[in-house]
Design a protein around this ligand. Structure first.
Ligand code: HEC
Ligand code: HEC
Length: 406
């Protein structure tokens, strides 16, 4: 049991509790409570290994994935790519409340930055691997609106993609008329190449991380990394506002699903089933960690996914989003219901407009009743979580002309 807990923590990128790591010490403005909790929100480590994808850290696969991520030809109209909704100019998200591709979806596009650190992908966690997730948008009518046969045919039919495929995987993609099983396998490999690319979409240290690291090292001038407002916001975040109850870990997310009653887009009762509709789907998905296309069918994630059980209290639960680089990706919440960070902080402060929480839903939130100044401080602290975008060439569209994909 303890071993399992340690393993789960390690997979989420947090240090196992038995390892004594230096952490910021209490003193001055940093009270004991905040100092104790701040330990659980360390700087991001390297992305955890993904044994379900044998090309996860393969450079050639990442180069292929980079091109596929930005390729609008992989859509019904030839105009929608992953980057349409995960745009580097907008922190790898978009600025819309509800995503628009070939049609209008039902949820807000979340950033892809640091997604490789997540165990469950998307707001409801209906994918358990990054590569499995990457296959879903193609066959979603409102997103790319095509099917796997067309995805694979596109790769096989484009000379530079075919060459990049051969370099990455050591074989040619299946040609038109290939058996369905070969197409499925190649489709999973498209996902694996895109995931290899996405694993490079991580953010650099934020002001908060620089503060954390310097303060943990005992640097007497560490506090200069944060403004006065950010320091006050930090104490609130980890203290009386209790944000770290769910937004903890290196991602500022516990990776779990909670019903917080964010206002619904139309003010009516919540209609999105959230996690409840995703549990059976991810467990039974042939593209999951336990399925035939996984490279670690008996691995830790496969075991977890295989034994998932659903229950009605999961209705309306959404994954706690990471707060890293959150200032770059308005609007907020699963349907983009809240326009700004100030609106989010006001919601937590008053719970005004909260959608009904019925008896079997958790009602962990109570109105915080923050003053105007406190809300401004909390918002300032969220701004201290913005790290540098991914380095070149990954953080920008690939330069097709003149780039040798082999
Ligand atoms: C039409 C807009 C749109 C397109 C196109 C699109 N996405 Fe998304 N993406 C979304 C939305 C919306 C979500 C949240 C989905 C949900 O919760 O139901 C999301 C979620 C994700 C996530 C989860 C991030 C996390 O932290 O869990 C990843 C990863 C991702 N998309 C990658 C991709 C890839 C790869 C492609 C191309 C193959 C792609 N997306 C195409 C809108 C889009
Ligand atoms: C009980 C767990 C929990 C607590 C406590 C909590 N959050 Fe959240 N937070 C969530 C969940 C879950 C969501 C997504 C809800 C949704 O989309 O419906 C969320 C969403 C957010 C978002 C939107 C992020 C985005 O990308 O859309 C921000 C910002 C945020 N929380 C900040 C805070 C702050 C600041 C506090 C403390 C005042 C806090 N949270 C307390 C669970 C929590």
């Amino acid at each position: 049991m303890i071993a399992a807990a340690v393993m789960i923590l390690a997979m989420q990128g947090a240090a196992p509790p038995s390892t004594p790591t230096p952490a910021p010490a209490a003193g001055g403005w940093l009270d004991d409570v905040a100092a104790r909790r701040v330990r659980r929100n360390p700087p991001l480590g390297p992305v955890p290994a993904d044994p379900t994808n044998r090309w996860a850290d393969d450079e050639a696969a990442a180069r292929l994935g980079h091109v596929l991520f930005f390729d609008p030809r992989l859509s019904a109209s030839g105009t929608v790519s992953c980057a349409s909704c995960h745009d580097p100019a907008f922190g790898f998200a978009d600025r819309r409340a509800i995503a628009v591709g070939e049609g209008t979806g039902t949820r807000h596009a979340m950033t892809v930055l640091n997604a490789a650190h997540q165990r469950w992908l998307t707001w409801d966690g209906r994918a358990d691997t990054l590569w499995g997730q990457a296959t879903q948008p193609f066959e979603t009518a409102s997103e790319h609106g095509i099917d796997r046969t067309r995805v694979v045919a596109h790769v096989a039919g484009d000379p530079s993609l075919r060459a990049a495929w051969r370099t990455a995987f050591g074989a040619d993609p299946p040609v038109a008329g290939a058996p369905a099983a070969d197409v499925d396998r190649a489709f999973a490999m498209v996902g694996k190449a895109i995931a290899a690319y996405e694993r490079r979409l991580v953010t650099g240290p934020s002001a908060y991380d620089r503060w954390w690291t310097r303060r943990a090292a005992g640097d007497p001038r560490a506090d200069e990394e944060l403004t006065d407002a950010q320091r006050r916001g930090l104490v609130l975040f980890f203290g009386k506002a209790e944000c770290a109850q769910c937004h903890h870990g290196a991602l500022f997310s516990d990776g779990e699903f909670h019903m917080i009653g964010a206002p619904t887009p139309d003010g009516g009762p919540p209609r999105d089933p959230g996690r409840y509709a995703a549990v059976d789907r991810v467990r039974d998905d042939p593209m999951n960690a336990a399925g035939p296309h996984s490279d670690a069918r008996e691995g830790a994630q496969a075991r977890i996914s295989r034994s998932l059980a659903n229950s009605p209290d999961r209705r309306g639960g959404f994954r706690t989003p990471s707060l890293r680089n959150v200032a770059q990706t308005p609007p907020y919440m699963h349907a983009g219901q809240l326009a700004t960070l100030a609106d989010v902080v006001r919601f937590y402060s008053t719970l005004e407009g909260a959608s009904a929480l019925d008896h079997h839903r958790e009602s962990v939130l109570r109105p915080l009743g923050l003053s105007d100044a406190e809300r401004a401080d909390l918002e300032a602290f969220l701004g201290a979580l913005t790290g540098a975008p991914p380095p070149a060439p990954w953080g920008a569209p690939p330069v097709r002309a003149g780039v040798d994909l082999r």
